[in-house]
Design a protein around this ligand. Structure first.
Ligand code: PLP
Length: 391
């Protein structure tokens, strides 16, 4: 049977198995310990000869229903849920690479992933190179004999750079190297990196998968060996497992992912075009714009361009004046929720860097990152336009 459409899978993927008294919403199993029928069963489940649950850090039925859902939506063999996106990122990296191994990642990407890799390099003997991933050949040029992992993030946070996923996956395969893509910005509604050849994806599920700015979670989805190694090593040793209530809330969010993403995509597309035509805006970064350097690649690998837009208003004072002038959009640091939020990077996430360091990281002082929500686009455009007029 052919795979059902994304809309259908987002609603039904978590319904598995029988029982649960026919509950239509998968129950929350508030249990950290699971009882065995007898010693033989204890042996079998505990030693993974038989499927089952025994201890909360290593799995729970509600968590498993969530993992099944995300694996379905990412076309992955297997999936593992975490307490945050960074728990998923760190587990993914440490599952694939250790002391003496080399990882290639992006010079412009989510800043805490950058910090994690630098930390693993300075404290735990990992070798790391940061490259410009807008040209896939930069990955190949940076490969060393000990390279174990190519890390992708496309579109990237915060400036929406695009990496050609298929090209990087082909380079990696030719060298026997693992590829992992952070698919947080795109979501599986817009992009499935595994279909394009990567071994696994991670998500900050705190963002679009949850979708309501009310939970913190992370997901890893990919080939079974990689995911199960993560479960039995990083999650077992470091923890970072998701709580059952959060797993349930995340599954509830995912049921409307397709509907929300349609509106995020449409709203961001409209706003990016409005910003591109505005005289107070010096640059707009949105992969759906013809002028975006990664537009042709995005068109190939994405079904929609997502809800994130970055733009420059020319300077730090202008950036602050813009956020202060907003009436509807909130000033906040996260993204992916139903409500529109805006971040002025130079006075928020990147305030700790010098102006020079920010420039080098591709974060000019006038950069604003907009997480476009699902409100009426006319209301959003009116708010953004009046805040721009005020700077
Ligand atoms: C692209 C990306 N990856 C990973 C993370 C980390 O996720 P979390 O904050 O859920 O730990 C974030 C958070 O902003 C992100 O934007």
């Amino acid at each position: 049977m052919s795979k059902r459409s994304f809309l259908t899978r987002a609603v039904h993927a978590g319904e598995y198995g029988s029982g649960h008294h026919g509950a239509v919403s998968f129950p929350v199993y508030n249990a950290s310990v699971f009882r065995f029928e007898n010693a033989d069963e204890a042996f079998e489940i505990h030693n993974h000869h038989k499927h089952g649950f025994y201890y909360g850090r290593l799995g729970n039925p509600t968590q498993e229903a969530l993992e099944f859902t995300v694996a379905e939506l990412e076309n992955a063999e297997s999936s593992l849920a975490f307490s945050s996106g960074m728990a998923a990122v760190s587990a993914a990296v440490m599952t694939v690479a250790g002391a003496g191994d080399h990882v290639i990642a992006l010079s412009s990407m989510y800043s805490t992933t950058t910090s994690l890799l630098k930390h693993l390099a300075s404290q735990f003997g990992l070798e790391v190179s940061f490259i410009d991933g807008t040209d896939a050949s930069n990955y190949e040029a940076a490969i060393r004999p000990n390279t174990k992992l190519l890390w992708l993030e496309t579109p990237s946070n915060p400036v929406l750079n695009i990496t050609d996923i298929k090209a990087v996956a082909e380079i990696a395969r030719a060298h026997g190297i693992t590829t992992i893509a952070d698919n947080t910005f795109a979501t599986p509604y817009n992009q499935n990196p595994i279909d394009l050849g990567v071994d696994a994806v991670i998500h900050s599920a705190t963002k679009y998968l949850g979708g309501h700015s009310d939970l913190t979670a992370g997901m890893l989805a990919g080939n079974r060996d990689l995911v199960e190694k993560a479960r039995m090593e990083t999650t077992r040793y470091f923890g970072g497992n998701i709580a059952p209530q959060v797993a349930w809330l995340l599954m509830r969010g995912i049921k409307t992912l397709a509907l929300r993403m349609r509106q995020h995509n449409d709203n961001a597309y409209a706003i990016a075009h409005m910003l591109a035509d505005h005289n107070k805006v010096t640059a707009v970064h949105y992969p759906g714009l013809d002028s975006h350097p990664g537009h042709e690649t995005a068109k190939q690998q994405m079904r929609g361009y997502g809800g994130m837009v970055a733009f420059d208003v020319g300077g730090g004072n202008e950036g602050k004046a813009f956020v202060n002038g907003l009436r509807l959009c909130a000033i906040a640091t996260s993204l992916g929720g139903v409500e529109t939020i805006v971040q002025h990077s130079a006075s928020m996430t990147h305030a700790g860097l010098s102006k020079d360091e920010r420039e080098r990281a591709g974060i000019p002082d006038g950069l604003l990152r907009l997480s476009v929500g699902i409100e009426d686009p006319d209301d959003l455009i009116e708010d953004i336009a009046q805040a721009l007029e005020g700077i």
